[in-house]
Design a protein around this ligand. Structure first.
Ligand SMILES: Nc1ncnc2c1ncn2[C@@H]1O[C@H](COP(=O)(O)OP(=O)(O)OP(=O)(O)O)[C@@H](O)[C@H]1O
Ligand SMILES: Cc1ncc(C[n+]2csc(CCOP(=O)(O)O)c2C)c(N)n1
Ligand SMILES: [Mg+2]
Ligand SMILES: [Mg+2]
Ligand SMILES: [Mg+2]
Length: 351
């Protein structure tokens, strides 16, 4: 690292300094960054909800697709998205960084700007991490810790026959943004410099927003209103299969109900891509997919509307599978169309 050693770097990157002191009131931090570990206070009546996700250079990002600020923002957002998918409230985060020696402190500063922007936006305090050198590219792992009322975390395994299946936002835009940016083959320009028709696609890829408020509303709604919940990192097909298998249920998805941005439809038409393919198999949308009791759809719409949010019903949990085995996902492209067994595919690191 040109001009800065490991310890100076940690000091530079961390807003709270290196004193291991308590965090601001309400942050629950008894000992923050600067000691051997953080010491945290959780609220009474809650359970801790913990998850981590990793972003690896060349796998999750390239210079053509993301700025360093984007990498930081998305690393935090994709980890927080798993808390949203549990209906949990974000509290704390830890950041593990493996950086090639050639990467400047300024670039890592940009990465941290993105990490802090996202963490601050969703109420997570960064309380520690780890910093190492890497012989290859950059790797960022964000561990997040949230809270949910005891017994109220939302699971993949709670879908029931008769439930409606919903998503919290348009799908496929991130995959389209990725394709556009890779095809340009230049260092990722700032979002503002991109054509209007492309900016929402690139933003969806580079700065996804974890659906924290939606997850909290679902977690706090009356018991049983929300069934299963998952977030969409690997594509709707893969996440719906995860719910179906965990719940031992059969899900039917309706292609024409899947929300998609106009900009995605236009980009797909221009490039010969199938926008539904991008929604089903592209991934990195970080919207939520879940199930709601069929007689609770209006109630949930009201709860969402009060928070300025909405959701889209994209399917149902069937009473019985047409394929014998109960767990699975079928897909109907158009109203009245033939149901087909949906491929259990999406982004898979080792396929
Ligand atoms: N190397 C590992 N060791 C132990 N548990 C793991 C490991 N990798 C994943 N898991 C666990 O497996 C489960 C599924 O993890 P997975 O990463 O597939 O889910 P996800 O984070 O929602 O998806 P994605 O990583 O695609 O965003 C989680 O409970 C996770 O903690
Ligand atoms: C340069 C580049 N090539 C391909 C992709 C696509 N991609 C990578 S990981 C992933 C799934 C989510 O990750 P994980 O399962 O690890 O949470 C997807 C869709 C990308 N983002 N950048
Ligand atoms: Mg994961
Ligand atoms: Mg997930
Ligand atoms: Mg994955």
């Amino acid at each position: 690292m040109a001009g800065v050693d490991e310890f100076a770097l940690i000091r530079m990157l961390n807003q709270s300094g290196m004193k291991g002191v308590p965090g601001p009131a309400g942050s629950g931090v008894s000992v923050g960054i600067g000691d051997d570990a953080a010491v945290l206070r959780s609220a009474g009546g809650t359970e801790l909800v913990v998850s981590c996700d990793t972003m690896v250079e060349s796998v999750h990002f390239k210079p053509e697709t993301m700025t360093y600020r984007d990498i930081g923002y998305k690393a935090m957002a994709s980890s927080l998205s798993d808390l949203a998918a549990m209906g949990a409230k974000p509290r704390w985060a830890l950041v593990a960084l493996a950086s090639s020696r050639g990467l400047s402190a300024a670039r890592l500063g940009e990465l941290y700007d993105g990490l802090y922007a996202c963490a601050n936006r969703y109420g997570a305090t960064i309380v520690g991490g780890d910093t190492t050198s890497s012989p290859g590219g950059l790797t960022v792992t964000v561990t997040v810790i949230g809270e949910a009322a005891v017994g109220r975390a939302l699971l993949r395994s709670s879908a029931k026959p008769g439930d409606a299946v919903f998503v919290t936002g348009p799908l496929g835009a991130s995959a389209a943004g990725l394709r556009y940016l890779l095809a340009q083959g230049e260092a990722a320009p700032l979002l503002e410099a991109l054509p209007d028709a492309i900016r929402p696609l690139a933003r969806a890829h580079r700065m996804p927003e974890p659906r924290i408020v939606a997850g909290l509303l679902l977690g706090e709604a009356r018991t049983g209103l929300c069934g299963a919940l998952n977030d969409i990192s690997d594509g709707l097909a893969s996440e719906a299969w995860e719910i179906a298998e965990a719940s031992d249920a059969h899900i039917r998805l309706f292609g024409h109900c899947i929300p998609q941005l106009d900009e995605l439809r236009a980009y797909a038409a221009e490039t010969g891509l199938d926008p539904l393919d991008l929604a089903l198999y592209g991934g990195e949308d970080y919207e939520l997919v879940g199930t709601v009791r069929a007689d609770g759809v209006d109630e949930l719409s009201g709860i969402f509307a009060q928070a300025g949010l909405r959701f889209w019903v994209v399917g149902e949990v069937a009473e019985a599978s047409p394929y014998g085995s109960p767990a699975g996902v079928t897909f109907i492209r158009e109203p009245g169309g033939e149901p087909v067994l949906l491929g259990k595919k999406g982004y898979n690191h080792f396929a």
